[in-house]
Design a binder for this molecule. Structure first.
Ligand code: BTN
Length: 154
């Protein structure tokens, strides 16, 4: 009896430890809908997704490749597999209202190590050129990282 008790104690501790380590961590949910700001200081608002994962929104860029006055511009995009994946890939296009350019963004919505949502994106900005000979210099490429703006939707 004297020997059995410590054995049972160790066994029960091991079972409790096993039980704790077997507990599944909750899925990492990252939601596109809401207000975002990127590393250039640009803001965007993404509306609710429809059943197909499509969304619309608006983009207020902080910078421009033109000398034109910046205006808030519409965006349209879609997210991959709305229900099945918790850190979804997505893409959207911004049709700039104050220039002849178009930007396409592609990216993924992540939850970082501190539990904060972040959008890691790459973009292509196509500017209009007058002559086909200038086509080679008409596309810029870059990355942007977006983080939620205070009133971001949960
Ligand atoms: C233009 O200059 O013709 C339109 C505005 C382009 C703004 C670009 S899009 C990629 C990058 N990320 C931003 O937030 N703004 C710039």
């Amino acid at each position: 009896m004297v020997r059995v008790t410590p054995f049972l104690l160790v066994l029960s501790l091991a079972l409790v430890a096993q039980g704790l380590s077997d507990r599944k961590s909750p899925p990492l949910q990252c939601t596109l809908t809401g207000l975002w700001i990127n590393d250039l200081g640009s803001n965007m608002t993404i509306g609710d997704l429809n059943r197909k994962g499509e969304f619309a929104g608006s983009y207020h860029t902080a910078v421009t490749a033109t000398t034109n006055e910046i205006q808030v511009s519409p965006l349209q995009g879609s997210q991959h597999r709305t229900n099945q994946k918790s850190q979804p890939t997505f893409g959207f296009t911004v049709n700039w209202k104050f220039s002849d350019s178009i930007t396409v963004f592609t990216g993924q919505c992540f939850v970082d190590d501190e539990g904060k949502e972040v959008l890691k994106t790459m973009w292509l900005l196509r500017s209009r050129v007058d002559n086909i000979k200038d086509d080679w210099k008409a596309t810029r490429v870059g990355i942007n990282i977006f983080t939620p703006l205070h009133s971001h939707k949960e």
